[in-house]
Design a protein around this ligand. Structure first.
Ligand code: NAD
Length: 386
């Protein structure tokens, strides 16, 4: 593959939430960007949004007017796929539908040069299956940005089974030049962040469903004792229960219905009711005008119990991902601090808490519920013994 560099022309397909952010990011680092969307109105809106966002940054003194102008000038809206012929890297950020993504890659292969790298920003689909639609699957890689792409520091680089090693290293090197923290992840459901973070939500809901504590108390415990910026229920309402529920459901089904990732009926009902969180003024909490947030029960013993149960489940996920070689120990900790703002990496955290204590908590839950959900990772078991 040809070397990707600061002079590389970057194509972006899909000008929605993610595509428009990725285009802005690449353009701000001096790349010529070709942006396309099947919906011309979205493409127009993306340009207007970009102008507004840059104007805001200039007003706040974060960038100069010269940088804003050059960023705008670097982005070219394409009216057809033929304009992608000049690209060295194309990042696809269209709707999360495998057949749509596959069709796009197949079509692009008729137009692009042999050296062009094809990347997908998919959050939940298999990079390998997207690549399988191409005659040259070696050039296809996952480059998974987080929302908003211009701000969130983490980018997960996901090689498919057939991806060429040089495509992985060149993509990573290029994205590193955009001031991002990159991690390499095996092509598995949820990659790092969307897999390892599942118990933060799932175990919190389970604690609520069992009547152990209410939303406010669980949120308080995770913030006060765990040091998380937001509690699980506040965060689910912020992300949107529609999105959060779908991610859980996808990870669970793609991991062949492993009980550890099982979605909850509580969140499914909120999803069905349209109680999607802040954007609908109602989720776990009410955000309607005049609403008063419920008070937590600030019982330290209860708080400690809640925190320990959730953190043990999170740590177990991180060790299992490490054990299954989904990512390296270092990348796992980087991903959780840079991708979802955890106060500490989970493996580092486990060493502070003590592996034996974490193991004992899991064994206690496993013994109590007799559910596979609480099975400790083999790696955690082995390391805790030493
Ligand atoms: N939103 C997030 O928080 C987030 C985070 C990381 C990754 N992702 C992933 O990024 C991708 C895009 O998500 P989004 O939130 O930006 O979606 P979005 O709905 O905001 O944008 C998708 C865009 O794709 C366009 N599109 C659909 N079919 C097309 C086609 N055939 N050709 C060209 N354009 C087409 C649509 O018109 C739309 O503008 C998805 O794969 C999603 O899983 C999303």
């Amino acid at each position: 593959m040809g070397k990707l560099s600061k002079d590389s022309c970057v194509g972006v397909i899909g000008a929605g939430t993610m595509g428009s952010g990725i285009a802005q990011l690449a353009a701000s680092f001096g790349h010529k960007v070709i942006m396309y969307d099947a919906n011309t109105a979205v493409l127009k809106q993306a340009s207007e949004k970009l102008q507004k966002s840059l104007d805001g940054l200039v007003q706040k003194g974060k960038i100069t007017e010269v940088v804003a102008k050059s960023t705008i000038a670097n982005i070219h809206n394409a009216s057809s796929f033929n304009e992608f012929a000049q690209c060295h890297l194309i990042i696809e950020a269209v709707i999360e539908e495998i057949n749509v993504k596959q069709e796009i890659f197949k079509k692009l292969e008729q137009i692009i040069t042999v050296d062009c790298v094809l990347a997908t920003n998919t959050s939940s689909l298999s990079v390998t299956s997207i690549a399988a639609s191409c005659s040259n699957a070696q050039r296809v890689v996952g480059i998974h940005f987080f929302n908003p792409a211009t701000i969130m520091p983490l980018v997960e680089i996901v090689p498919g089974i057939a991806t060429d090693k040089s495509v992985v290293s060149e993509s990573r090197a290029l994205i590193d030049t955009w001031n991002k923290t990159t991690v390499i992840v095996k092509d598995t459901p949820g990659f790092i962040v969307n897999r390892v973070a599942r118990p933060f939500y799932g175990e919190a809901i389970r604690i609520y469903e069992e009547g152990i504590a209410d939303f406010a108390t669980i949120d308080w415990a995770m913030k006060e004792i765990g040091g998380f910026k937001m509690g699980p229920f506040e965060l689910m309402d912020f992300i949107g229960n529609d999105i959060n529920f779908k991610v859980t459901e996808t990870v669970w089904t793609q991991l062949f219905y492993d009980n550890r990732y099982k979605p909850s009926l509580t969140q499914k009902r909120l999803y069905e009711a349209g109680f999607w969180g802040r954007k609908k003024s109602r989720g776990y909490y009410s955000y309607a005008e005049g609403s008063i947030m419920p008070e937590p029960n600030k019982d330290k013993v209860l708080g400690e119990e809640i925190f320990m149960r959730i953190i043990a489940m999170l740590i177990n996920e991180a060790y299992d991902a490490w054990y299954l070689k989904i990512a390296s120990k270092g990348d796992l900790d980087l991903a959780m601090t840079k991708g979802v703002n955890y106060p500490k990496g989970l493996i580092k955290w486990s060493e502070e808490i003590g592996l034996k204590k974490v193991m004992n908590k899991l064994l206690q839950l496993h013994g109590l519920y007799l559910e596979d959900r609480y099975r400790p990772s083999l790696l955690l078991q082995k390391l805790a013994q030493n």
